[in-house]
Design a protein around this ligand. Structure first.
Ligand code: MN
Length: 227
């Protein structure tokens, strides 16, 4: 078998304190997993979370310079706990779900909010609002062996030194085990899958030149500059 051109390289995310890297399969995201963010988006805060995807090559591993995307005048940040899977399956029980987790990272779900609002208004898909190039900056993964499974602790984001998002992992409507279990009823999860688990309130519009620093207690920090 001969490819007609070289296939794209496998996307990978660095692992803290390791020479090894995490090869990425798919990137899933949870919508509305913190009631205060659902409320600021004008949504029903009791609605169960739902899922969408970003392409794996939308990841910007390690952060740094992120190009300001085209086709938007309202780019917004969403700081999120990212779960990295080393195993998967379908119909994974909540009680078995954490066994699948390799580790965690701080991520930012960059969103073209104007395109998302247009999509919501028209009942169109969210892909172009969420899954654009460079839309998923992510810090190095912290293995469970090193940090365990974070369930509480602040999750925050600053823009140019000013606090914009400041929540706590305990505010998640669905916890990590519940998210994995639910998602595995829709798709077969595999080693290499990443799941962005939703954002607390405080999302705001950013522009070229802005510096964003995000962090989660016990998980780490991620810094990006919009170039
Ligand atoms: Mn999000």
């Amino acid at each position: 078998m001969r490819y007609i051109f070289p296939p794209a390289a496998t996307v990978h995310v660095p692992i803290a304190r390791s020479e090894a890297v995490f090869p990425v399969h798919r990137v899933y995201c949870v919508g509305r997993n913190y009631a205060d963010h659902a409320a600021e988006m004008g949504a029903d805060t009791r609605e169960p979370p739902f899922f969408f995807s970003k392409p794996a090559d939308a990841l910007v591993a390690g952060g740094g310079k992120v190009p300001y995307p085209p086709a938007t005048v309202n780019l917004q940040h969403e700081v999120e706990l990212v779960v990295a899977l080393a195993a998967g399956g379908t119909d994974i029980a909540v009680e078995q779900a954490l066994v699948c987790v390799f580790g965690y990272a701080v991520g930012i779900d960059l969103t073209r909010r104007d395109l998302q609002q247009l999509a919501k208004d028209k009942g169109h898909p969210w892909d172009m609002a969420k899954g654009f190039d460079h839309s998923a900056p992510i810090a190095a993964l912290q293995p469970v062996d090193a940090i365990g499974h974070p369930t509480r602790g602040t999750i925050w984001l600053k823009v140019n030194g000013q606090s914009r998002q400041h929540g706590n992992l305990v505010q998640m409507s669905w916890n990590v085990a519940e998210i994995i279990s639910k998602l595995s009823t829709y798709v077969r999860l595999t080693a290499g899958d990443l799941i962005f688990t939703g954002t607390p309130a405080g999302v705001s519009t950013v522009t070229r030149g802005d510096q964003l620093i995000a962090g989660i207690d016990g998980v780490g920090e991620l810094s990006i500059t919009l170039a």
